[in-house]
Design a protein around this ligand. Structure first.
Ligand code: ADP
Ligand code: MG
Length: 251
C-alpha cells in the first residue's frame, strides 16, 4: 500500500530524516517509535504533504505522492491526527468532525460529510453531547476528537501521531484498543507513532525504530524490543525489558 524509499528531510543544514525506507502492507498496524526528536512527526508531515521531502520517494497505492498538496493526499486516502490537537473552539464536536469530512470524501456533499462525522464520532465513542462545544473535553476526549476528524476524511491509511500523550494508563489501553478496532472493523491500515513503546507493542503487527532521523531497527515487537541497538539508544535495558514484558502480559 505504501512504499517509501530513501526519504530525506533537511531543515537548513540539519538532517531530521535521513535515508529512511519502509513499506506498509494493506491492513497492517505499523508502530513507529523513537526518542523525542528522532524524526517521527517529520515523516508524517511528509506523508501528509505538510512538508515536501528533500529527497526520496513515497508511493501510495502505486502512485507517487511527494510534492502533492495536503488536500490532494487526503483525497487519495491518507488521513492523519496531530500530536497537538487544535480543534476550532467556537464549533461543536460534530461541526469540527464534519468539517474534516468536507476536506475528505464529502467535499461535494454536506450529507456525506455529516454522515462521515456521525460514523466517526460513533467509532471513537463521542456520541453523547456531540453538539456541545469542544471546550469541555479533557486530554482523552480531545484525542478521540482528533481521531474522529481523521476518520471522517475517509482514510485508507491512518497516520496516528502520539495518540497517548497526556493520558493515564487506563485511557492509554482504551486508545490502543480503539486503534485495533479501527483496523479490525473498518479495515483501515495504520501507522502509529509513539515515543513510549509499552502499550503500542501490544497492538502493532510490526515496529520500526528511528534514532536521530535514521532507521535503526524493524521487525516484530518481540524482535525489536530485544534488539541491542534499540536497547542501547532507545530506552536502556531495564526499561525495554520491563515494557516488553508488561505488553506481553496484556496481550
Ligand atoms: N519545521 C521545522 N524546522 C526546523 N526543524 C524542525 C522542524 N520540524 C522538526 N524539526 C526538527 O527535526 C527533528 C525531528 O523532529 P520531529 O520529527 O518532530 O521528532 P519526533 O516527532 O520524533 O519527536 C527535531 O530535531 C526537530 O527540532
Ligand atoms: Mg513528534
Amino acid at each position: 500500500m505504501l512504499v517509501v524509499e530513501g526519504l530525506v528531510k533537511r531543515f537548513g543544514g540539519f538532517t531530521a530524516v535521513n535515508q529512511v525506507s519502509f513499506r506498509v502492507e494493506q491492513g497492517e498496524i505499523l508502530g513507529l517509535i523513537g526518542p523525542n526528536g528522532s524524526g517521527k512527526s517529520t515523516i508524517f508531515n511528509m506523508l501528509s504533504g505538510t512538508f515536501a521531502p528533500s529527497a526520496g520517494s513515497m508511493q501510495f497505492d502505486g502512485t507517487e505522492i511527494s510534492g502533492l498538496a495536503p488536500h490532494r493526499i487526503i483525497n487519495r486516502g491518507i488521513g492523519r491526527t496531530f500530536q497537538i490537537p487544535r480543534p476550532f473552539h467556537r464549533l461543536t464536536m460534530f461541526e469540527n468532525v464534519a468539517l474534516a469530512g468536507y476536506f475528505g470524501q464529502g467535499k461535494h456533499s454536506r450529507i456525506k460529510a455529516e454522515e462521515a462525522a456521525e460514523r466517526a464520532l460513533g467509532m471513537v465513542g463521542l456520541t453523547t453531547d456531540r453538539h456541545a462545544l469542544v471546550d469541555g473535553l479533557g486530554a482523552a476526549g480531545l484525542k478521540k476528537l482528533e481521531l474522529a476528524k481523521a476518520l471522517a476524511t475517509g482514510p485508507k491509511l491512518l497516520l496516528a501521531d502520539e495518540s497517548l500523550g497526556g493520558l493515564d494508563e487506563n485511557e492509554m489501553d482504551q486508545a490502543a484498543d480503539m486503534l485495533r478496532k479501527i483496523r479490525d472493523e473498518l479495515g483501515i491500515t495504520i501507522i502509529w507513532v509513539e515515543h513510549i513503546m509499552g502499550v503500542l507493542m501490544r497492538v502493532v503487527d510490526r515496529v520500526m525504530v528511528l534514532d536521530h532521523g535514521e532507521k535503526i531497527s524493524e521487525g516484530l515487537p518481540s524482535q525489536v524490543s530485544s534488539d541491542p541497538r534499540v536497547v542501547e539508544v532507545y530506552l536502556g535495558t531495564d526499561a525495554v525489558a520491563t515494557q516488553a514484558a508488561a505488553a506481553e502480559a496484556r496481550r
